[in-house]
Design a protein around this ligand. Structure first.
Ligand SMILES: [Zn+2]
Length: 340
């Protein structure tokens, strides 16, 4: 049986952080230009070490032009991997005004994403998940919500939540997420990575999550698995990231098969290729190999990523048609360098 080419499989990436998407060459260039050290890469001993690495990556961003470039390159990289739509997590308040107001940070990113889409002839495009950091004061969450609503029709598609799950429970942000959903934004918090099943449940019940970034520790609670399946809440899973942050001991012991067997919609994502060294194509190849997924099963993962995204309807329907053609026609054409 031929192995279908993963690079020509139309897909969406729904869990990717802007600064962590940086090409290693770009990171090295910015480190040199701004006189900063390169951020450490994984594996990490825990979330604290990872957050430190993430802050070093953010320190490499010295200007709005740097942000614009990182966003543009993100879409170019996506297009090379058959990604037709990306939802990228961005946290303007974490720049604490050093590049200008939050609006300027967000606009640089949005313009960079549009430039990237134009550079690849529209083959790929992206929206922004505007992030709330669990550890920052509530005023920062309110600012992020206001910004997300203001740019709702200009590229922001969702409100996210990240940071220390164990010490900053989701319930604190119930009201912020209720207003985000009322404004038509998707609710896509992180949960079930740095804390267990109760944290995933809080994302569902307190925040009304449409999707959950990671969510893998839901396997600790069989009732929660049933609830996620019944409510069709998508988990945006990142296998290599889970291993590198010691959420799971090895790729082979990742709970992806249990999540799928429970009937939960799952998308596959890279989270932060700069730190993990693993691209989205490598993540698809990893799950195909470790869990011996056949082509229809791999296509289902991609289809889920498209269905649960905020991808514009015309782009989604074109991608779904191409996805079904991929299954029957064995791929199509793509540059050899992009093959896995
Ligand atoms: Zn993440």
């Amino acid at each position: 049986m031929t192995r279908h080419d993963l690079a020509t499989l139309p897909k969406a990436e729904l869990h990717l952080h802007l600064e962590a998407s940086m090409r290693p060459g770009t990171a090295a260039e910015l480190a040199d230009r701004h006189g900063r050290p390169m951020p450490p890469t994984g594996p990490f001993t825990g979330l604290g070490e990872f957050v430190h690495a993430y802050e070093r990556a953010r320190d490499l961003v010295g200007t709005l032009d740097d942000l614009h470039r990182i966003a543009r390159e993100l879409v170019e990289e996506a297009a090379a991997q058959g990604v037709v739509w990306t939802e990228v997590h961005v946290f303007p308040p974490t720049y604490a005004g050093r590049l200008g107001p939050d609006e300027a940070v967000l606009e640089a990113v949005l313009e960079g994403l549009r430039a990237g889409s134009a550079a690849v002839g529209g083959a790929s495009a992206a929206g922004v998940v505007l992030g709330v950091n669990r550890g920052l004061p509530m005023a920062a969450a309110e600012r992020s919500l206001a910004l997300a609503i203001r740019y709702r029709d200009a590229g922001v598609v969702a409100l996210g939540l990240a940071g220390d799950e164990a010490n900053h429970p989701a319930e604190r942000f119930t009201d912020v997420f209720a207003r985000a959903r009322y404004a038509g934004l998707a609710a896509v918090p992180h949960g079930g990575e740095g804390a267990g099943a109760p944290s995933v449940r809080a994302c569902v019940e307190a925040l009304g999550a449409h999707r959950i970034s990671h969510g893998v520790r839901a396997v600790e609670d069989p009732h929660l698995l049933t609830e996620l399946a019944e409510r069709q809440i998508c988990l945006d899973v990142c296998p290599t990231s889970n291993v590198q942050l010691s959420v799971v001991p090895s790729p082979a012991r990742h709970p992806l098969p249990q999540l799928l067997a429970a009937g939960i919609p799952v998308s596959i994502n890279s989270d932060g290729p700069l730190f993990t060294g693993s691209s989205l194509l490598q993540e698809y190849d990893l799950v195909r190999t470790h869990f011996t997924l056949d082509a229809p099963s791999v296509a289902t993962l991609a289809e889920t990523s498209l269905r649960f995204s905020r991808c514009p309807a015309d782009r989604r329907s074109r991608a779904l048609s191409a996805l079904h053609a991929w299954l029957t026609e064995d791929g199509g054409s793509c540059p050899k360098s992009a093959h896995i």
